[in-house]
Write a protein that binds this ligand. Structure first.
Ligand SMILES: Cc1ncc(COP(=O)(O)O)c(C=O)c1O
Length: 362
């Protein structure tokens, strides 16, 4: 009998049940070798095949052009906040950051420790209710790169379309929506994502990097932080997080079996629509944080009239096996994270709970 709950955790987050079951079945004996994937050398034939296959699957699912590499690194997205400027923010240059939430502000603050930075656009003054307007964006020949965060996990907003920046290098933190929808990877010089929301468990960070960009990378930094070193070593410069990469591999195969990213985007749209519809039809009982045009399909954020009501909401939801709904302190209220692995039934159950809660408390 299953004891699994409806998991709306913001990250680490839900993983597809078939993926967990497959990992469980293979835990003691990976591909008939009589050991788990955690117990073998990362130089073994089995691991090399896994590593190569995982990059190939990533490129296939995201339709990433041939002049890009996909890396599997450690240190989380937070290490990328430092690695990007260490590699590409050289002394004569300025890095432009678009501030759309707490994580982009952290990326900006980290880059400011390393070199010259500029806030290219920001929606901080509205408590990050929307993706910033780029009308006044001023970039120059000295702009090293432009950094954006595709989905703002804390505030529940997302870029609906990515900007064209006249040949400037675009860098994106896609930690909380990678693999949730198709997009044109060729617009980006570099993309990074901690795996623990949509791609797998924590422990591995995915970096997608354009080969041409590597030639401009700063070589006067510690070896472990140099992108070209990781590319040259196919992500095996040092011991990789083998089990996490293995889990990403299984998640990618699961995504492919679901019909790929176009299918996933459709499903994510449908899942989120059940919850947004309840917010929009609640006559203000539920107040959505994000402006409609900037709404995220991964993190749905809303508040209720007061904290006592929000506490009751979370507590009653928990009793009904709807888990992980407490909002982040920067927004307060409720946050439902509806990543790829959260099934449609979970979103329908939450929407029904929300209607019932309003009926009883409205
Ligand atoms: C958009 C975004 N960027 C960065 C991070 C930080 O990731 P990590 O904990 O892997 O450093 C998070 C974590 O929630 C996130 O949502």
């Amino acid at each position: 009998m299953s004891t699994r709950v409806y998991n709306f955790n913001p990250g680490p987050a839900a993983l597809p049940l078939p993926v967990l079951e497959e990992a469980q079945a293979e835990l003691l004996d990976f591909q008939g070798i009589g050991m788990s994937v955690m117990e073998i050398s990362h130089r073994s034939k089995e691991y090399l095949i896994l590593n190569e296959e995982t990059e190939k699957l990533f490129k296939e699912l995201l339709k990433i052009p041939d002049n890009y590499r996909v890396l599997f690194l450690q240190g989380g997205a937070s290490t990328q906040f430092a690695m990007v400027p260490l590699n590409f923010l050289t002394p004569a240059k300025t890095a432009a950051y678009i501030l759309s939430g707490g994580w982009s502000a952290k990326a900006y603050a980290e880059a400011a420790q390393i070199g010259a930075v500029q806030i290219a656009a920001s929606s901080k003054e509205t408590n990050y209710k929307q993706i910033p307007n780029l009308e006044d964006l001023q970039l120059s020949a000295q702009t090293a790169y432009v950094h954006l965060t595709s989905n703002n996990t804390l505030y529940g907003t997302a870029w609906q379309e990515f900007p064209d920046l006249d040949g400037h290098t675009l860098v994106a933190d896609m930690s909380s929506d990678i693999l949730s929808r198709p997009f044109d990877a060729s617009k980006f010089g570099l993309i990074y994502a901690g795996a623990q929301k949509n791609a797998g468990p924590s422990g591995v960070t995915i970096v997608i990097i354009k080969q041409e960009l590597l030639e401009t990378a700063n070589q006067n930094i510690p070896t472990i932080l140099q992108y070209p070193v990781h590319v040259k070593n196919d992500s095996l410069y040092n011991t990789p997080p083998a089990f996490s990469v293995y889990m990403v591999n299984l998640v990618l195969k699961w995504l492919k079996a679901q019909g790929g990213l176009a299918k996933m985007a459709e499903l994510n749209q449908e899942k989120a629509s059940y919850i947004y519809a309840v917010i929009d039809e609640s006559n203000g009982f539920y107040q959505g944080h994000a402006q409609k045009a900037s709404r995220s399909l991964m993190n749905i954020t809303f508040t209720l009239a007061n904290e006592a009501l929000e506490k009751a909401f979370v507590s009653e939801a928990t009793n009904q096996n709807l888990i992980g709904l407490k909002g982040h302190r920067s927004v307060g209220g409720i946050r439902a994270s509806t990543y790829n692995a959260v099934p449609k039934e979970a979103c329908v159950a939450l929407a029904e709970f929300m209607k019932d809660f309003q009926r009883r408390n409205g």
